[in-house]
Design a protein around this ligand. Structure first.
Ligand code: HEC
Ligand code: HEC
Length: 450
């Protein structure tokens, strides 16, 4: 009982407003005691993707992934931007990488991690299916009746046209559906590998170390049809990312905690509860942190799109043109949804797994530390002067990376974005530190001590 009181004393305030209601824990002294020791009172079995030796197809894909010869500079492979040492995300802190023949052409967006894409659904616009994907914390704690799941917004629960939300797809704007379709884009993009043409890429493959593997897999005549050869190589790249467990190990301390095999320290545990608090930080409303009903580990994304309105990044060359705006789903890089202006400025919610290994955050790479990211969530609405620059007229230019006509698309309903200037921010500085501590438990490679 003493331990329970200690627990209440240090975490009580957080717990009261989280899905773990205080009343629930008071009726579960043993669970509360375990939690106070940093343990998961209700461990689950996680179902990870099966690990098997790479197929010959995936082995070929790995060779292509690291092949810098395919680029016009001869210096850029997939791995140059998607660094295996950094969760297949950017190797450094640049907001966007440089490509082209002399690596002088700056890209327009931050490099996303290639991890945990194996469950990414195709792009679609449809009903919010969040409830189908997850079990709630409370279910996890075997007390489903007690407290309702944190929903993103009340409107999401009603079935109506208004809650048709864009979801799924690859890239920040969802413009590619499959890893195969996706891979040709960086291979040929002038700003990236700048491969020139399919014919050139096929000729380099034909002259390279894995030409024999390609002939063995696709037939001796494969190089007679360059388009087919490159398309097959892109399929191999996709197989590599799907098959190699390094892209989806689910081996973080948090995964081990879910399974009852690791402890979270107090800061991380407080951060976890706050991450899930639907009235305050509400991170879990979009970055889902619950295993699916069939035991698949959480992906920390709901695969949906939101307009958060992060500040314009003056470090991007493209932004020197004041008329240029990266509007995500409605363009300019994706073209099929240009008329769906209700989706302008919406970007894909990324996974937060391994996020602590990144040095650049959000689609335009505006931030370089998790503290800056948390400040954005905390102060965007309560103290926007801390987040956005002032215009020539001295006014704070809130949402300055969204054209005025589309600023209404920005999310102002989901906490922590439901606040107003001068109101109390959703998180204190200490609470932000707790959330950052929790995010640190999402880095893969945790080895259980016992
Ligand atoms: C010059 C840096 C660069 C290179 C080289 C590069 N990429 Fe990317 N990659 C990016 C950027 C930037 C994005 C995000 C682009 C966007 O959203 O429009 C991206 C996005 C992706 C995505 C989508 C990820 C997601 O979360 O939606 C995949 C998959 C991918 N790249 C795979 C590859 C493969 C395979 C190669 C090699 C053929 C490659 N990339 C080469 C920079 C690069
Ligand atoms: C309403 C949905 C929503 C909520 C709530 C939310 N996020 Fe996000 N998060 C997003 C979206 C969408 C992006 C990408 C936005 C962009 O790049 O323009 C993002 C991006 C991020 C990133 C950058 C990741 C990367 O790879 O660049 C971090 C870190 C992050 N969120 C953490 C949090 C934390 C911590 C909270 C709670 C304080 C939170 N988010 C709450 C939707 C949400």
């Amino acid at each position: 009982m003493a331990a329970l009181l200690v627990f209440v004393a240090w975490a009580g305030i957080v717990v009261v407003r989280s899905p773990f209601s205080l009343g629930f824990w008071l009726r579960q002294p043993r669970a509360a005691w375990l939690l106070s020791q940093g343990e998961n009172p209700h461990p689950v079995m996680l179902r990870r993707p099966p690990a098997a030796p790479l197929s010959a197809m995936a082995e070929l894909g790995r060779a292509v992934f690291f092949d810098a010869r395919l680029s016009s500079s001869g210096r850029l492979s997939c791995a140059s931007c998607h660094d295996p040492a950094r969760a297949y995300g950017p190797p450094g802190a640049l907001p966007a990488m440089f490509g082209g023949p002399r690596l002088t052409r700056q890209g327009v967006r931050a490099v996303p991690s290639l991890m945990y894409l194996e469950r990414q659904p195709n792009f679609s616009v449809g009903p919010d299916n969040e409830a189908n994907e997850t079990v709630s914390l409370t279910q996890l704690a075997a007390a489903a009746k007690d407290v309702a799941r944190a929903t993103k917004t009340a409107a999401d629960t009603a079935v109506s046209a208004a809650n048709a939300v864009p979801q799924g797809g690859l890239f920040w704007d969802g413009r590619a559906d499959t890893l195969q379709a996706q891979a040709e884009i960086p291979l040929l993009s002038r700003f990236e590998m700048d491969g020139g043409s399919i014919a050139r890429v096929a000729a380099i493959m034909r002259a390279g170390p894995y030409a024999g593997q390609m002939r063995a897999l696709f037939g001796a005549a494969i190089f007679d049809d360059p388009a087919m050869a490159v398309s097959e190589a892109m399929f191999a790249l996709a197989r590599y990312q799907i098959e190699d467990p390094r892209f989806h190990p689910y081996s973080s301390r948090f995964d081990a905690w879910l399974e009852g095999k690791a402890r979270l320290n107090r800061a991380a545990l407080r951060g976890y509860l706050l991450f899930n608090d639907p009235a305050r930080a509400d991170c879990g409303g979009c970055h889902l942190d619950q295993p699916t009903p069939d035991g698949r580990p959480p992906l920390f994304t709901d695969h949906q799109y939101e307009a958060l309105g992060v500040p314009r990044n003056p470090a991007l060359a493209a932004n020197r043109d004041p008329a240029y705006f990266d509007l995500g789903i409605c363009g300019p890089y994706r073209t099929d949804m240009a008329k769906q202006t209700q989706y302008c400025a919406m970007f894909l919610t990324p996974t937060l797994r391994n996020v602590a290994t990144r040095q650049v955050f959000f689609h335009n790479g505006i931030y370089h530390s998790l503290q800056q990211v948390l400040d954005f969530y905390d102060f965007r609405d309560t103290d926007p002067g801390k987040i956005y620059p002032r215009g020539p007229d001295g006014k704070i230019e809130k949402f300055n990376d969204i054209p005025a006509g589309y600023r209404a698309n920005a999310d102002v309903t989901d906490p922590p974005f439901d606040r107003h200037p001068g109101e109390k921010p959703a998180m204190t500085r200490a609470e932000m530190a707790d959330i950052i501590a929790f995010l640190g438990t999402l880095t893969d490679g945790y080895k259980a001590a016992r």
